[in-house]
Design a protein around this ligand. Sequence first.
Ligand SMILES: Cc1cc2nc3c(=O)[nH]c(=O)nc-3n(C[C@H](O)[C@H](O)[C@H](O)COP(=O)(O)OP(=O)(O)OC[C@H]3O[C@@H](n4cnc5c(N)ncnc54)[C@H](O)[C@@H]3O)c2cc1C
Length: 468
Amino acid sequence: MSSISGKTTLDWGAFAAELAPVALISEPVLVKKRSRDFFWYSPILNQKLRKCFGDLVAQPKTPEELRHVLATSYRHDAPITLRGGGTGNYGQSVPMDGGLIIETTGMNRILEIGHGFVRAEAGALMADINAALKETGQELAMFPSTQDIATIGGFVAGGSAGIGSVANGALRDPGNLISLTAMSVEEAPVERQFDGPDALHVHHAWGLNGVITDVTIRTVPTRNWHGCMATFDSYKGAYAAGCALAVAEDIACKLVSTVDARITAYFPRLSGHIRPDHHLLVSLVPAEDVPAFFALVEGMGGHVDLAMDDARRQELNLPHVFDFSYNHTTLQVLKADRSATYQQVGCPIPPDPEKVDALRPLLGDDVWMHHEFARLGGEVVTFDLPIIWFSTPERLAEINAIYETNGFPVYDAHTWRVEGGGLKNADYIHLAWKKRMDPKGLLNSPKSAAWDTVKHLSPEDIEARAKT
Ligand SMILES: Cc1cc2nc3c(=O)[nH]c(=O)nc-3n(C[C@H](O)[C@H](O)[C@H](O)COP(=O)(O)OP(=O)(O)OC[C@H]3O[C@@H](n4cnc5c(N)ncnc54)[C@H](O)[C@@H]3O)c2cc1C
């Protein structure tokens, strides 16, 4: 078997034989499919990554099989890319050097459910975990809107926040990510446990510094959630209601999103259910707090269009309300028109409807706002995931500059390097752990711009750079 990627000289047929009895995929079409994620949201990333492919896919079902795969890869210097559900947005699970893709979805056991926590293997789907938790009266403290295909390992390695974050904070907030275990890529791979704050050494490192085998994560009591949608005459009105909702003491919501009226025109499933040409507020509210939700929305000049429990939602044949939040909002538009893209933008803290309103005319008609509300370190924050009608890279840079000069930091969604987006700078703690857990740098190293500058150093010397 020759190299599909054209980037390695390994004899992939012989390598595959050595991996037995681990399940493998070598059919080029299927390997290419598993070399992609949702990077096509970005025309810039699409250009850069669409021709990056792996050579072979391994699907270990147990930590022992994973250990065998990693030891074999180490022996042959095979580049490795880790993949859960492949729902990342920046080509996080795209093999930059070709090589082996390890798909974790076979390692999917839920290992333990206790009061306030669940421990699951890295490949467990988040929706399956939530379903198991529901039996115990609990749910994940937060989950991404991709929960049906996203894995818990992929969320911890590549995600940051989600539905639940407006109540419970981001993944990195203390108490949310309780513990994780990761395996090294060495001659004899070892498993290390990272507890409490130490779990951040591996969190959001994009699978570059160890292979997560299991995760222990916070759970909260589940509620009878009502999917609520309200409409407003102005975007400022919807955003102001979102701000009030996020801090309302009598409404324990787990989702608050606001969406520009022009974007809602791309939500055909909601046609006839929400007022057209109005700005939208999306929320998940416990049944007992729904009357207070009505009072808040109406008191702020809005109109509640939908407030439905799950049975009613199914009766109406509507998707979950979170299908109109986070990056699903973007997806709804992309389903109709692939010339749309998006950006990730922070907002002044505390959230200020006046500042958001003042920014809108500066951005132009090719930028349509959509905000998510979350808690970060206990404080309510918002971030904008606008729809941008892409024309040229120069115009995108201009839009970024308008945001930044007005005090809205851009966390670029159009970069394929780990340092380019949310992190902004090199994370030398992550890189020190990469040196410990992946001394040969086999785990998709090109994803880190800084790795080449530190790979010759000891873990301690790399870590020292974090202090300078
Ligand atoms: C429509 C849409 C909506 C989204 N909404 C959200 C959201 O609400 N919140 C959010 O945070 N993100 C969101 N995302 C991004 C993404 O869906 C989530 O981060 C998701 O949890 C990733 O899980 P996954 O299993 O698909 O990971 P993958 O995409 O397969 O992998 C993500 C990263 O983790 C690494 N990785 C995977 N498994 C392991 C492992 N076992 N050990 C170490 N590294 C590993 C991969 O190499 C890759 O770098 C969204 C994306 C889309 C397309």
